[in-house]
Design a binder for this molecule. Structure first.
Ligand code: HEC
Length: 176
């Protein structure tokens, strides 16, 4: 979860946490060893400092930790946060040889080994999946949901990066 935070907020949270931990360790081990009477007459002061530290830690978690949610909802979260570029997807479709197996009008391809991608919207609906999720899955894990009338193990599992997959998905789901 910490990974989703921006660096600034991670540092803020980590620093507050580290100071808090150092303070706890020092007052548990170092000070009592040195001053057997610790906290002695300064007990009230020590209590106030402890409470302040606790409040600061809670505040840091709330402020720095909350950022994650705001960011996630803004970006849509997860993989789909990658914005695909249909033009890059078109180039990839050609260079990856997808057209050798797939008919797809926008790519001017006429392959017959796999299903025509001109009908992919209908196939996604038949699989009860969101079109983009269906495309993403079909490309990254072709055997997860084999198209009706076709064999598994024919379409090669893609070695595309997440960004390239997003580009292909953008190209295949564009109306052009
Ligand atoms: C060797 C031939 C071959 C190549 C190359 C190939 N595919 Fe496929 N593809 C298939 C076959 C066969 C199926 C149907 C079986 C299945 O769903 O796994 C399929 C299924 C699909 C589907 C699901 C279609 C549907 O309606 O269910 C998508 C989307 C798809 N391929 C995209 C691509 C993309 C993008 C590339 C290039 C990166 C590509 N394919 C390369 C053979 C191929």
């Amino acid at each position: 979860m910490l990974f989703a935070l921006s660096t600034g907020h991670q540092i803020g949270l980590a620093t507050t946490g580290a100071v808090f931990i150092v303070f706890s360790l020092v007052s548990s081990f170092v000070l009592p060893a040195r001053y057997p009477n610790f906290p002695g007459e300064r007990r009230n002061l020590y209590l106030v400092i402890s409470v302040l530290f606790f409040a600061a830690m809670m505040y840091a978690v709330l402020v720095f930790g909350l950022e994650k949610k705001t960011n996630e909802s803004a970006a849509g979260g997860g993989e789909s946060a990658l914005v695909g570029d249909p033009a890059a997807g078109k180039a990839l479709f050609a260079s990856s040889g997808c057209g050798a197996c797939h008919t797809y009008k926008p790519a001017a391809s006429a392959g017959k080994v796999g299903p025509s991608l001109d009908n992919v919207t209908a196939d996604a609906a038949a699989a009860h999946e969101d079109l983009k999720a269906f495309l993403r899955e079909s490309i990254t894990d072709p055997n997860a949901d084999v198209a009706k009338g076709f064999q598994p193990g024919v379409m090669p599992a893609s070695t595309a990066t997440p960004q390239q997959v997003a580009d292909l998905v953008a190209f295949l789901s564009s109306e052009s």
